[in-house]
Design a protein around this ligand. Structure first.
Ligand SMILES: [Zn+2]
Length: 148
């Protein structure tokens, strides 16, 4: 059954294109030095340039580094769906995209112990929590091998 996007809202505006069959993270590119940043910024941390343009980032990249979060994050600010009873460790890492932009993201995987630096990852947009009857969608990166 096709998934309805009518009941889905992105976790924040301007983070990724949604709804889309080919969702992309939205970053900013410095018009002066070309550095790409995610999330998008109005100025450049690399050269202090103040002119940036919006760019859609590549969906695929390599796991640059990661760690495994073995405890439930403090709430607030964390508002994830887990309880102390349902919590399972999850990966958090940086994915390096082809233009060398590094994106910090939660990692979706069936097996945190199989994560390896350098593995191919791909952007996935999935339900994060339910709020006010809506599915709040967020972005994750998942090993490409698990998507085949
Ligand atoms: Zn710059």
């Amino acid at each position: 059954m096709p998934v309805s996007v009518a009941n889905q809202i992105p976790i924040a505006e301007g983070l990724f294109t949604w709804p889309s069959n080919d969702p992309r993270l939205i970053g900013s590119k410095c018009k002066k030095c070309g550095v790409v940043t995610f999330p998008a910024q109005n100025s450049c941390a690399a050269c202090s340039g103040v002119e940036t343009e919006s760019v859609e980032l590549a969906r695929g990249g390599k796991l640059w580094t990661f760690t495994i979060q073995c405890f439930l994050p403090n709430r607030p600010p964390y508002d994830g769906p887990e309880t102390p009873e349902s919590f399972v460790p999850f990966g958090v890492g940086y994915i390096e995209l082809p233009d060398q932009t590094r994106v910090e993201a939660r990692i979706k995987t069936r097996d945190v112990n199989a994560l390896k630096v350098g593995m191919d990852m791909e952007l996935v947009i999935e339900k994060y929590i339910e709020r006010d009857g809506k599915d709040v969608m967020s972005f994750f990166f998942q090993p490409v091998d698990e998507l085949k």
